[in-house]
Design a protein around this ligand. Structure first.
Ligand SMILES: NC(=O)c1ccc[n+]([C@@H]2O[C@H](COP(=O)([O-])OP(=O)(O)OC[C@H]3O[C@@H](n4cnc5c(N)ncnc54)[C@H](O)[C@@H]3O)[C@@H](O)[C@H]2O)c1
Length: 285
């Protein structure tokens, strides 16, 4: 467990939703917090709201997590502002389309670049620094329940989040000797602006796709937006994350209720069943 007070946290996607709540929860622990985000107006407003709430050791930097140079620059700005960084929350993410025929290649690239490569860039940028200062630390990667089940179907979002869960599990083993913990956050629905993710789609990925009314993609998007509106408060997620950092726990599940658990059990059972069949030789016939 690392002592959080007076240490520094870097939070991507810090301008909104879970990232902003993480910034607040970590500031509440006495940490300096650097919020990094692609949406500059929201970023400035987020720092203003935290400052108004009495958190003065909070700053912000523009950052596109999909661009490794941008993450490097954001890291430099953080070292300059606060010195050593101890907690890195790779949280920025975007919701992507679902459906075999509905997702363009540009949308696949956008979602994977932000949700997956964004986490990779955060890890690659900060890890050498964290290992070098030797004061211990923690990496928090925001995945999703969609990273553990395929309920969203053929989905760039699920693909990105499965990868984040896997990367985090592997990283936890690799970093244990360096006193750097890893937590992967797997929320169910949370009350944020995730259903408006297209607002931050970079021009290089082409225009924001608007699903045809009545299409599978339009129905899924509307259903997900409704579920998100009724979701958990972001701060409740952030408080669980702080506890997980303190206890050095790998997984945070915010919705451990029966539906999610049943789906997970089903998936694990299917995998184990197939392995058992292979072990008896039955699968070879
Ligand atoms: N809201 C949910 O129901 C839910 C559930 C599971 C997982 N998540 C995950 O939580 C994380 C946070 O999302 P949220 O729900 O708070 O949504 P949100 O839209 O409220 O916040 C996401 C933040 O990421 C920022 N962002 C987007 N692209 C970026 C980029 N290229 N570089 C830097 N910042 C960028 C946005 O500007 C925004 O401030 C995401 O990884 C998301 O996949 C959300």
């Amino acid at each position: 467990m690392i002592e959080l007070a007076s240490k520094t946290a870097f939070v991507t996607g810090g301008a909104s939703g879970i990232g902003l709540a993480l910034a607040q929860a970590l500031a509440q622990e006495g940490m300096n917090v650097m919020l990094a985000d692609i949406e500059s107006n929201a970023l400035a407003a987020a720092v203003g709201s935290l400052s108004d709430a009495g958190f003065k050791k909070v700053s912000c930097v523009n950052c596109d997590v999909a661009d490794p140079d941008s993450v490097e620059k954001a890291a430099e700005a953080t070292f300059k502002a606060f010195g050593a960084v101890h907690v890195v929350c790779n949280n920025a993410g975007v919701g992507g389309g679902t459906g075999i025929d509905d997702i363009s290649v540009e949308t696949w690239r956008w979602v994977l670049d932000v949700n997956l490569m964004g986490v990779l860039h955060g890890v690659r940028t900060f890890l050498p620094h964290m290992r070098a200062h030797g004061e211990g630390g923690h990496i928090v990667n925001t995945a999703s329940m969609a990273g553990l089940n395929s309920g969203l179907g053929f989905s760039a979002y699920s693909a990105s989040k499965f990868a984040v869960v896997n990367m985090s599990e592997g990283l936890a083993g690799e970093l244990a000797p360096f006193d750097i913990g890893v937590t992967v956050v797997c929320p169910g629905f949370v009350r944020t602006r995730i259903s408006e993710s297209g607002r931050n789609r970079q021009e290089r990925y082409g225009p924001r796709p608007i699903p045809a009314p009545g299409s599978h993609a339009a129905r899924v998007a509307a259903a997900l937006a409704d579920l998100s509106k009724e979701g958990l408060a972001p701060l409740a997620v952030a408080k669980q994350v702080v506890t997980a950092i303190r206890r050095n726990e790998l997984y945070v599940f915010t919705h451990a209720g029966s539906q999610w658990r049943t789906e997970l059990e089903q998936r694990f059972n299917n995998i184990l069943f197939a392995m058992d069949r292979a072990a008896t030789g039955e699968g070879l016939m």
